[in-house]
Design a protein around this ligand. Structure first.
Ligand code: GDP
Ligand code: IMO
Ligand code: MG
Length: 423
């Protein structure tokens, strides 16, 4: 068996959580492979709304096994709060949530360092989620990190050493902080973590595949936030692309099957950094209001703009996307005209590829299409799609050279339309 990988193609918040939940009944296992509690994946069903940060979005469908892979960074105190809330709402986790011993631990001092580095950058700040993601991955790569497996042996000593290193850095930055409360909650989180199956997830996933089980890998963030291919330095600190599933779960590249690329019918971004199609007018405000574009974790206003096909073609290329999933098209239901960016004008020249730097001097070239002016939120089959919407998805498929297999017309699990069902 191969794994299928589901990931975001824009700047995150494409709707990954919803689609993982919808697809989970077709899989035996769901696994996260990178990122951490910077993610906020929203799921809605039976009138309930849940936001998941570290726990995979396959946790609500039956008793499927969910795995937090080695590529993830885990904050034990935030994990405890998230897991306890789920348990309290009747979703038992302890038997079916497995955590890699090789996943790195986000320490309280990582969160403080995240804030200190952002403060030091001033206007050039990344606008991080403040969850300690960058400092934790930095420690991983510089071989100073603490891993989940470390809690099983000589933990106090290892923690004290890592904390002292961080405190020396914070002192050199003259950064004032109080760690007492954070540290107390964190230590409680460590004890809580001990109740879970701490596993060698690379063995587990490969053995499952050998036994004929199917695995869905759930990406966090989006390709434009990838540390190598995103709008650097305004990115996150992990590889959000498909290759991240190989390193974040211990999978050979020949184990990758379908690559589902998720895109919104428009585009959003939270935090700082370039965004060529960003709208500062009424249309941008309408997208934010109708799409409820506020961060699932931080509550921050998301910046909104038209869909950027130049960036999407690039994302599809670096991920090897085999099928597209189109989200939130219902947010465009009332628009008279819909725009899509098909190229950039850079220094007076037209280009159709994603350049090295999009920080300055990039002007989008738009194609304008008629809107469908129809409420699509109650539709259940593609036969009901208005003519203009069919024309819009055909245009996207042609531009992106990839089929759109699923269309989402609302936040609920049920508001999902699978196309080409006759296949
Ligand atoms: P993720 O991080 O990729 O899982 O996405 P988020 O959960 O951060 O943001 C997506 C938001 O859009 C959530 O509030 C979802 O409930 C909502 N959503 C998902 N799909 C649709 C859709 O098709 N239409 C509408 N209107 N909302 C959607
Ligand atoms: P999901 O999985 C949207 C953004 C932050 C910031 C940058 C770096 O819900 O799509 P970090 O805290 O990772 O160091 O912040 O990345 N960012 C996200 N934006 N959705 C996310 O996750 C994000 N995770 C990080 O806003 O610009
Ligand atoms: Mg999100």
């Amino acid at each position: 068996m191969k794994v299928d990988v589901l990931l975001g193609l824009q700047w995150g918040d494409e709707g990954k959580g919803k689609v993982v939940d919808v697809l989970t009944p077709h899989y035996d296992v769901v696994a996260r492979f990178q990122g951490g509690p910077n993610a906020g994946h929203t799921l809605e069903f039976e009138g309930q709304k849940y936001v998941l940060r570290s726990i995979p979005s396959g946790i609500f469908q039956g008793d499927k096994v969910n795995i937090i892979g080695n590529g993830v960074v885990l904050d034990p105190s935030l994990f405890k709060a998230e897991a306890e809330a789920l348990e309290a709402s009747g979703h038992s986790l302890k038997e079916r949530l497995h955590i890699s011993k090789k996943a790195h631990l986000i320490m309280p001092t990582h969160r403080i360092l995240d804030a200190a580095y952002e403060a030091q950058k001033g206007d050039a700040k990344v606008g991080t989620t403040g969850k300690g993601i960058g400092p934790t991955y930095t420690d991983k790569v510089s071989r100073n990190g603490l891993r989940v497996g470390d809690i099983l042996c000589n933990f106090e000593e290892k923690y004290a050493k890592a904390k002292a290193r961080h405190e020396a850095i914070l002192k050199s930055l003259n950064y004032e902080y109080d760690i007492t409360k954070l540290e107390k909650q964190w230590m409680e989180g460590i004890e809580y973590l001990r109740q879970f199956h701490l596993v060698d997830s690379e063995h587990e996933v490969n053995n499952l595949l050998k036994a004929g089980k199917s695995v869905l890998c759930e990406g966090a963030q989006g390709t434009m936030l990838d540390v190598d291919f995103g709008s650097y330095p305004f990115v996150t600190s992990s590889n959000t692309i498909c290759a991240g599933a190989c390193t974040g779960l211990g999978l050979g590249p020949n184990k990758i099957g379908e690559v589902y690329g998720i895109m919104k019918a428009y585009c959003t971004r939270v935090g700082s950094g370039p965004f060529p199609t960003e709208l500062f007018d009424e249309d941008g405000k309408t997208l934010r209001d109708l799409g409820h574009e506020y961060g699932a974790v931080t509550g921050r206003e998301r910046r909104c703009g038209w869909v950027d096909l130049v960036a999407l073609r690039y994302s599809i290329m670096v991920n090897g996307v085999t099928q597209l999933i189109l989200m939130k098209s219902d947010v465009l239901d009332g628009f008279d005209k819909i725009k899509a960016c098909v190229g950039y004008k850079m220094n007076g020249e037209e280009i159709d590829y994603f350049p090295y730097d999009i920080t300055e001097g990039v002007e989008p070239i738009y194609v304008e299409m008629p809107g469908w002016k129809t409420d699509m939120t109650k539709m259940t089959s593609e036969d009901e799609f208005p003519e203009e919407f069919n024309a819009y998805i055909s245009f996207l498929e042609e531009q992106l050279e990839t089929p759109i297999k699923i269309v989402s017309v609302g936040p609920d699990r049920e508001q999902t339309i699978v196309r080409y069902t006759e296949e």
